[in-house]
Design a protein around this ligand. Structure first.
Ligand code: ADE
Length: 231
């Protein structure tokens, strides 16, 4: 998978790119690159944003600046680009990122992530250049960079070989393997600490019983959460 992040703060991603599962994915041939719209802006002083029409606080990322950056990178009209590639604008009001969306995006050959800053994007960017709008939660962050990293993380860990063990991303919280339920509890050594034990079944060595217990725990957690989610 090729991931390109359009951001005014490309250096923020240097740290993220160094994380083990990301270096694993890059070693397998996947790519994660940043594109800085400041590099292609034709506005004086390297400007990329402007004050909102109608007044109000903050600055808005300009549509002409984002178009120039997308054209320079893909040599295509961004309006056509989104028909052949997922172009995702990170916005607080977008589709909420969940495991099903991460799974869907992990199956794509390429993703383009657009990070807004300050007050966000000129709406025409979202309307005409993006194929998707994705939110990581109903709260507002200072920009799309952290949401882009969250999205990358949720997607990249699903790529085969990115995690140490092939199974580790399969049977985890909210996955299809657990019927969308939260994951079962985990325990490790010591088997007893301050009088707190570990469920006996996990020490039994009976794989079938362990599997059944885990499934049951996962379902119980889903049932306990349901009234909360529906509230
Ligand atoms: N940009 C600012 N806040 C955001 C959020 N919660 N999700 C996605 N993008 C954002």
């Amino acid at each position: 998978m090729d991931v390109e992040v359009f951001t005014l703060f490309p250096q923020w991603f240097d740290w993220y790119r160094g994380q083990r599962h990301v270096t694993n994915a890059l070693g397998l041939g996947h790519t994660l690159e940043c594109v800085d719209p400041r590099a292609t802006t034709t506005l004086s002083g390297g400007a990329v944003d402007d004050t909102p029409f109608g007044g109000g606080a903050g600055m808005v990322l300009r549509v002409d600046v984002v178009e120039a950056a997308l054209r320079a990178r893909y040599e295509a009209d961004p309006v056509e680009l989104r028909a052949r590639r997922r172009v995702i604008a990170l916005t607080p009001a977008g589709r909420l990122l969940d495991d099903a969306l991460a799974e869907e995006l992990a199956a794509e050959p390429a993703l383009t992530l657009l990070c807004g800053r300050y007050e966000g994007f000129d709406e025409r960017i979202v309307e005409h250049f993006a194929s998707d709008q994705v939110s990581i939660g109903r709260y507002v962050l200072a920009g799309g960079e952290l949401p882009a990293m969250v999205l990358c993380d949720a997607v990249i860990r699903k790529l085969p070989g990115a995690l140490g063990h092939a199974e580790s991303a399969q049977e985890e919280s909210f996955s299809a393997a657990l019927e969308g339920a939260p994951e079962y509890p985990h325990y490790t050594r010591p088997a007893e600490w301050r009088g707190w034990g570990v469920p006996e079944v996990l020490l039994s060595g009976h794989h079938e019983r362990v599997r059944a217990w885990r499934r049951e725990q996962s379902r119980a957690r889903a049932a306990a959460e349901r009234p909360e989610r529906e509230a």
